[in-house]
Design a protein around this ligand. Structure first.
Ligand code: PAF
Length: 285
């Protein structure tokens, strides 16, 4: 099995990418914070469909954590991640240190627009500013032709698409549908921090989304009823604390009152100290 090249500075990353570009190869990119699971590997497979060489970045970005303890506890199984990348045929792993990404004197940020203020942004101040800043820096180092993001972070995907357009970055952004466990739970690096009981309880999140989808397919199109269907399922689960559920336009993230076309149903819920998010694109039959 070929080992991916391990690169840890922006300069070395740019040089690697530039060599492949000069050789006429398309560079595909999957940005991650590590703790790779099958959802990430599906992003890698997708990137390979669009590119000749694939780079995976592994960097737990301090700028996007609003709670310090969450950053400290974020899993960092780098050896497992490297092995998973090797098995998936990744060509290079970009794993910069925090010092290489944010050296002394760092002070410039990429400010997202109003898309970042609502939903997740209301509950995690500064989160998306941290994401747009790090993704811009990763793009500048990796210089990809195409980058693949999971639809699980639907708001992040909408913000990255907007930023790429607004800043003329010239990178194709591909969104991939959420990969789920057999019981419907969306794959997430945070799942591994759930206790066995919390992991069982977490099923209520995707079940809540599916309850609203069923109701829509039965002909109910008004947002309050659909949101109530999701809420009822999560509220029945003693180990879950619903934070928010919303029904919005997938591109603008504006709330929708009635579902006539594809709409995005998003949810965030807490299981003890672990916050899980999920979403579903729903449309009338
Ligand atoms: O989705 C993630 O894992 C992160 O937000 C990203 C895009 C790698 C930026 O740190």
């Amino acid at each position: 099995m070929l080992q991916p090249e391990l690169i840890d500075t922006p300069g070395a990353m740019r040089a690697w990418s530039e060599a492949h570009r000069l050789a006429g190869r398309r560079v595909g990119f999957v940005p991650t914070m590590g703790a790779l699971h099958d959802g990430h590997l599906a992003l890698v497979d997708e990137a390979r469909e669009h590119a000749d060489v694939v780079v995976v970045s592994v960097f737990v970005n301090p700028l996007q954590f609003d709670v310090r303890a969450d950053f400290d506890r974020y899993p960092r199984p780098i050896d497992d991640d490297l092995a998973a990348c090797a098995a998936a045929g990744v060509d290079a792993v970009y794993a910069p240190t925090a010092g290489a990404m944010y050296p002394a004197g760092f002070q410039t940020h990429v400010e997202p627009g109003p898309l970042a203020d609502r939903l997740e942004g209301e509950h995690r101040p500064g989160h998306f500013r941290g994401v747009t800043t790090v993704v811009t820096k990763l793009f500048a180092a990796v210089r990809p032709h195409v980058a693949v993001f999971g639809q699980k972070d639907a708001q992040q995907l909408a913000i990255i698409r907007r930023m790429t357009l607004d800043l003329d970055l010239g990178i194709e952004i591909v969104g991939l549908p959420t990969v789920r466990e057999a019981d419907g739970v969306a794959m997430s690096s945070r799942n591994r921090r759930l206790s066995p009981d919390q992991r069982r309880a977490a099923i209520c999140v995707s079940q809540g989304l599916r309850a609203a989808e069923r109701l829509l397919h039965d002909g109910t199109i008004d947002a309050p009823s659909l949101l109530a269907a999701t809420t009822a399922v999560v509220d029945r689960e003693a180990l879950a604390r619903l934070e928010h559920v919303a029904l919005v336009d997938p591109d603008t993230l504006d709330p929708v009152d009635e579902v006539h076309a594809t709409a995005l149903l998003l949810i965030a819920a807490w299981f003890g100290e672990i916050r899980l998010i999920d979403n579903l694109l729903i449309r009338p039959r």
